[in-house]
Design a protein. Structure first.
Length: 308
């Protein structure tokens, strides 16, 4: 009997050894720690995050509630910039502070300028004057993330860059992007349906943030409250704008959090237009908690204002 038991034990041990030699009992190798990515805005952080998933750790260098064009990085953000394997930026002249911050941090990560992934609007509009510093939007309008269709080429370029850093996770990035694009397509159908009744509607914008959004949803930006991006309007400009709004029947002014309330109130009082505040970025308002929620919020608010 003891001989039978011993033979059985040897047989089990042999099977276990064979299984181990074939890989069945091997412990899978540990996953590499997340790769650090620095994004210059909350919008790019969101889009890098949906592609990268748990294989990356992405930090935003700016607060969406503050002016993204004027930025002094904190020491911890400079450390993030220094340690990041990839720096993802809007490009054009959206981050005039970035080159100085990269030099100060001694950053050595790869650079990803996402403006090269999209068709830039207003790229041929002259915005430089000999008697003044370059104006914001000098190289074209940088608010291209506000066309949700642009998330398609943007995330494609992000996936390429992350794959170059982490070829082991290429399939993960591809799958993550596919899931996101499926949700994006559902959102696009919903947003188009909500704004379809207002196709061709003319709006005035407080800041030149919305040409990509307007083009995608068949709206017309008739004028901007600012004479030039980032420059407060003169009294003469406001008077002309009021006349134009009255003549063309513009009834909605699109503002952003922090827009000058006195100027907007004057326009509304003089023209009867409704002022609707839209969020220009993920996190600019609590309801804009992610990229798809940003459009859910803005489309719902704008449709309600146009319907009144």
């Amino acid at each position: 009997m003891r001989g039978v038991l011993a033979a059985a034990a040897l047989s089990v041990a042999a099977v276990a050894a064979a299984s181990t030699s074939l890989g069945g009992g091997e412990t899978p190798p540990p996953m590499a720690p997340p790769t650090l990515v620095a994004a210059t805005t909350a919008d790019l952080k969101e889009l890098v995050g949906v592609v990268g998933g748990d294989r990356i750790r992405v930090e935003s260098l700016t607060d969406p509630r503050h002016d993204p064009h004027a930025r002094e990085l904190l020491p911890r953000q400079l450390q993030t910039l220094k340690d990041a394997a990839l720096v993802v930026r809007v490009g054009l002249d959206h981050e005039p502070w970035l080159a100085r911050a990269v030099a100060a941090a001694g950053a050595r990560g790869r650079d990803l300028d996402l403006s090269r992934a999209v068709v830039v609007l207003d790229a041929d509009t002259p915005r430089l004057r000999a008697d003044a510093r370059p104006h914001v939007h000098a190289y074209g309008n940088p608010h291209y993330w506000l066309d949700p269709e642009n998330a398609r080429p943007i995330t494609a370029r992000i996936a390429e860059s992350l794959t170059a850093l982490r070829p082991d996770a290429a399939a993960v990035f591809t799958a993550n992007r596919a899931r996101f694009l499926a949700r994006l397509d559902e959102g696009l159908a919903r947003w188009r349906a909500q704004l379809a009744p207002f196709a061709g509607a003319r709006i005035v914008v407080a800041h030149d943030t919305w040409p990509y959004f307007a083009r995608r949803f068949d709206l017309v930006v008739a004028a901007a409250v600012e004479e030039q991006p980032g420059v407060p309007p003169s009294a003469a400009h406001l008077a002309r704008l009021i006349d134009r709004m009255r003549a063309s029947g513009v009834r909605v002014v699109v503002a952003e959090p922090g827009a000058a309330p006195a100027v907007l109130r004057r326009l509304a009082d003089a023209t009867g237009a409704r002022v609707v505040t839209l969020a220009p970025s993920v996190g600019a308002e609590p309801e804009a908690r992610d990229y798809l929620a940003l459009f859910d919020l803005n489309v719902a608010r704008l449709a309600a204002a146009l319907a009144r």
